[in-house]
Design a protein around this ligand. Sequence first.
Ligand SMILES: Nc1nc2c(c(=O)[nH]1)N(C=O)[C@@H](CNc1ccc(C(=O)N[C@@H](CCC(=O)O)C(=O)O)cc1)CN2
Ligand SMILES: Nc1ncnc2c1ncn2[C@@H]1O[C@H](COP(=O)(O)OP(=O)(O)OP(=O)(O)O)[C@@H](O)[C@H]1O
Length: 233
Amino acid sequence: MVADFDSFRCRSGFSSPPCLASEMAPDYFEPNSVDPQQRIDVARWRRAERTRLRQARASLNAGERRNISAAIMTGVQSIIDRRQCDEAKTVALYWPIKDEPDLRPLMTALHSRAFQVVLSVVEQRAAPLVFRLWTPQTRMIRGNWGIPVPPSTSGALPPDIVLAPLLGWDKRGYRLGYGGGYFDRTLAGLSPRPHSIGIGLSSARLATIFPQPHDIALDVILTEQGIEYERTQ
Ligand SMILES: Nc1nc2c(c(=O)[nH]1)N(C=O)[C@@H](CNc1ccc(C(=O)N[C@@H](CCC(=O)O)C(=O)O)cc1)CN2
Ligand SMILES: Nc1ncnc2c1ncn2[C@@H]1O[C@H](COP(=O)(O)OP(=O)(O)OP(=O)(O)O)[C@@H](O)[C@H]1O
């Protein structure tokens, strides 16, 4: 091996540099870096877990749902208050689908406390989410999969805090969603990265989600039992 790297190649131009990692886009990941059989096994396992977790969530009754949603809203409020409101002005929430905890009263409460409330929107499939401004006057329209979203005339802006609804979670902050990879793509592409809070049921804890190269751990996992995981430092 030549001791002086510069004289060995780049300037002379007859060899390739040993590593191009510094030139890669920050949101790039290499799907083939994982053993193909392992990728298939993890995808199959995730599909089965999503079905099981969806069914468990759907079996809750209305009273249980209300209590869970109320406890989570209290938890989100205290996380936001702890983070000093003037530094975190834009908060991304979600319009509930598929029996997710319903945090809509919190959207109104944050709006009246002068936060900018944005909602996640799939503008384009297999692309990062876009965050559109929401106010109590916003007339929602139907977006992809029929999910109610603010119309495209509502401005889009990046959030300081993102609430990511989840189906499953683990003690290292990883989240299992519906399988579109939307939150991973979005977090990978946002700079600075927002403070990310996974929202789900305490009973949806998994020993691991078998994290893959594209999976990004969240900063906080919040359930009706309180903060179940928080990234240190
Ligand atoms: N309330 C809420 N809004 C959200 C999300 C979310 O998780 N919850 N998203 C978070 O990313 C985005 C939407 N992501 C979604 C991804 C897949 C499906 C879905 O229905 N998948 C079908 C499979 C259909 C297909 O493959 O085309 C299914 O689960 O049966 C729905 C939403 C943006 N908005
Ligand atoms: N940064 C990324 N760039 C390109 N594709 C990605 C990225 N992140 C995730 N994906 C794709 O999305 C697929 C589904 O990801 P995953 O199983 O983690 O979904 P999920 O987190 O449950 O879904 P969602 O975030 O939509 O709720 C992955 O197999 C991968 O192909």
